[in-house]
Design a protein around this ligand. Sequence first.
Ligand code: GLU
Length: 514
Amino acid sequence: MFLYISLRSMEKRVRLRFAPSPTGGLHMGGVRTALFCYLYAKKHGGDFVLRIEDTDQTRYVNGAEEYIINSLKWCGIEPNEGVGFGDGPHAPYRQSDRKNLGIYQKYAEQLINSGHAYYAFDTSEELDAMRKRLEAAKVAAPQYNAVTRQNMRNSLTLPEDEVKKLLADHTPYVIRLKVPRNEEIRFHDIIRGWVTVNSSQVDDKVLLKSDGMPTYHLAHIVDDIEMQISHAVRGEEWLPSAPSHILIYRYLGLEEQMPKLAHLPLILKPDGNGKLSKRDKSGLPMFPLNWYDERTGESYKGYRESGFMPEAFINMLALLGWNPGDNREIMSKEELIECFSFERVNKSGAKFDPEKTKWFNQQYLRKKTDKELAQEVLPLLKEKGINKDIVFVEEFCRLVKEKAHFITEFYDLGSYFFEAPATYDEKVVAKKWNTEVKNTFEKLVPKFEAITNWNAQTLHDDFQLAQNDLGKIDMQMLRVLTSGVAGGAQLFDFLALIGKDEVIARMKTALTKL
Ligand code: GLU
């Protein structure tokens, strides 16, 4: 008695699983589910488990499992147990491996023996015929259920002897859940509150397929129980299946051990019109890493390859459908862990905002020191055949970073640091260039040549002094002559960095060309 009470009153250890099916690249909605599970598990000192749900072998895609693992690694939301992350006490974590151990079969048999599941021998032609019959009778959502099962070939309608014979003859069958005809099914979702569904809307779900593989419905329940999962968190698209799941737990006598449920809101297109699809045209990636789908030959760009930082990506994702209760936006992973709760997740869909997503990356870029930025920019410059030392690149980063959203933009924002201009901003030239201005710049060249201590300060001072002699000199014109463009980095800092010889050479070239 004492043991019973103390076990019951003991809170379950917090254990959340992310349970994707390897049917393609993991899109950002999936990453958000993983993130929320991770945040909650970490907040409560619990476990985060990666389980691969590969029971539908017809939809299995090569490379998807590895992609999922690599994506979680890149995002910094690593499970502490599961496929690709080390075996814990509940291994194996891949459902096809678990099936081979016979883990699911016994639960299906338990349901058969207690009369809550049955064998169905219907062929696909018979199922098609049933669907057509129901459609002809104008049944809105034809399904195999308490009413329609009566006209089908299953162990509830066939004589016992015949069922035995069919089984003995290895006639293909599936095992279906026997859903009662008219019963209220009530369950609690942390995000949605109490949900009530009448069982007449619930079909007799297949639990075990003819190849002996369990379906998702049975497999995830068995695994959540055996892996002692405390919270089952998944996308809203699974909400309609939840009533069947409640019945399965109940009929297995496992309702007490059932994990708490949370169904996350959809991620919507930027205009709020429907679910965000993997083919969204907003210009931003829908996948964390580049993904190539070998079945369809389609490739998708990744956040990583588009220059996003994982910290920015997960910060953005965390705020898609959740908020910390105040107006904070930039939050580190540690802060997210500290604040996260499912109670603050919205019921309604969350709009994806591409501009805001870029803004997040910019904010994280701004947090980096010039030294850190230079380490990342240097190899990109090398790829372009530019060999500058790290001190030069550091100063370059300091001068162009303000405008950048991505590391990959640095070169484009300041290519003139590395290459003399081939053209000169036409508008500025048309407006400001004439013989008199040209004369002034011709006289400015020797004044620059005379500077012995070449730095931004001396350049600035000598430029001012030169104006005493030569009259007002247009700074923008000096910029155009030396960079080709009308606006950009601090002018004297830029000139100081590229060096005296380079500046003089660029000015002389411009004076011959213009
Ligand atoms: N395998 C399911 C999916 O990929 C998981 C749903 C769940 O987390 O229960 O959506």
